[in-house]
Design a protein. Sequence first.
Length: 476
Amino acid sequence: MVSIVVVVINEGPDLAFEITRQIIVFQLNSILHGLVPTLDFALGLGMERGTTNVVHLLTLQPFGQVARYATRSVTHWAQTKGVFNGQLAEQARLVPIRAGLVTRLAEQKSKHISTQHDKSDPNYALKPKDSAMKAVMFEKFQEAPKVVTVDDPTPAADGVVVQVRATGVCRSDWHGWMGHDSDINLPHIPGHELAGVVASVGKDVRNWKVGDRVTVPFICGCGSCRECHAGHQQVCLHQQQPGFTHWGSFAEYVPIHRADLNVIALPESMDFATAASLGCRFATSFRAVIDQGKVSAGQWVAVHGCGGVGLSAVMIASAAGANVIGIDLDPAKLELARQLGAVAAIDGNGDVVEAIMEITKGGAHVSLDALGHPATMTNSIMCLRPRGKHIQVGLLLGEHAAPPVPMPKIVGQEIELLGSHGIQAHRYGAMLDMVESGKLDPARLVGDRIGLETAPEALMNMDKFQSIGVTVITSF
Ligand SMILES: [Zn+2]
Ligand SMILES: [Zn+2]
C-alpha cells in the first residue's frame, strides 16, 4: 500500500488551488493507469492572506485517522510559522472521498473535469460538470421541506448509486420528518421505497452494472454481523436505511450500500412505480403475513388500518387462502379492501372487537396492526381467539412509543405478540414469483403519482390519512 501526502502552501489562493487540483488529477490518473496501486490520501492546502486565513483541504482517502493526523500536522506547521489563527482549525474542512469515486471517474474519464473555482466547495476539482441533482431536503424537523440542488452521491466501494425512477411516500418518512427517528442527521433527504436504474457502481461490486433495473428493501444489511450471517438482514445489527441512516430517494440519485447483498433485480414486466410500492409496505406485509404470521388457508385474519401496509396485507393474506377482515375509518379504503379480497369490512368507529368476534365465531387466528396506534394495537390483540397471533407492523413512535398492552388476555389465552420489520432481500424472490404468476398484484395499490415538487406537501400530510393506496413520486 502506498501513501501519498501532498501539502501545498501558497499565498495566492487561486494558484494554490490550481496546484492542488493538478496534483490530485495527476494522482487519480496514476491510479487509473496503474502507476500506483492505491492512494491513501492527497492533501492540498491553500492559504489566503490579507482577509482571513482560509484553509482549503482536499483529501482523497478512505482512512479518517490518516486525514486527521495530516490535519494536525498542517495545523502544527501553521502554528510554528506564525500563520495560524483561531479560524484556521475551524475552517479546515476534510472531505473524505469514497473509493467508489475512483471507479466513477474511470467511467467518466472522457468527461470534462470542471476547472471553475468555487472556493466554497473544497471538492470542486473532483466534480465533473453537471453533477448536481434535485432533492427534497429539510433542515429542521417539522419545518417545510424544500426542493434543493445538491451534489450527486458517489457509490461506496461495495455500493451502487441508483437513478431513482419512482419512490413511495410513506408514513415512516413522516415520522422521520417529525423528528421521531434518532438515526436522522440534519439536513436530511427522506425516501426509502425506491426503484430505478443503476447509475454508477463501486469497484468491489460484482453482481450489478450500470443500466440494471433494480429495487432494494428499505433495510440494507451489513453482511458481516451474526444476524446477517443467519439470513436475518431485516434486523441487521449495523443496518443502513436510505432515507434514515443516510440521504434517501426523494432525489434524482440515491446511494445503496453493500449492493451485492441488498440490491434486487426487477422483473422486466414490473414498472418502476409498482416496484417502489413493493419496497416497504408490500414487502413488510409479505413478511408479516407469510413469514411471521404463517397464515394458512381457512384462517381468519384481521387487518387493522387499510393504508398501504394494510391493503397489501389484505391482498397477501387473501392470496394465501385466508378469510380476511379489513378495518378502517374511511369507507373508500374499506371498499378497496373488499375489492382486494377482504370477505368483510368493518367501520373502525364502531365496536371493532365485538364485530370481529361475531364474524369469526370466537376471534381471528392472526391479526395485524397495520397502522401503528394504541387503539388499533389494542383492538388487534383483543380480537384474537385463544393462542392467536398479534403482529405489530405499524410503527408506534413519539408519544405512542410505550402504549398500554392488555396483558391479562395475552397471558390467559397464550396470545403471541410478534413484531415485523421489513424483509430480507433473499425473500424477494418468493414475493416476486407470486406477483409474476398473477396471485399478487401490487400495481393495484399504487394511488397518486406525483412530481418531486409536490413531495414536500405529500410528506407533511402523511398523517392525515387522505390518500388511497400508495402515493408514488414518478417525475423528478
Ligand atoms: Zn415505507
Ligand atoms: Zn448485519
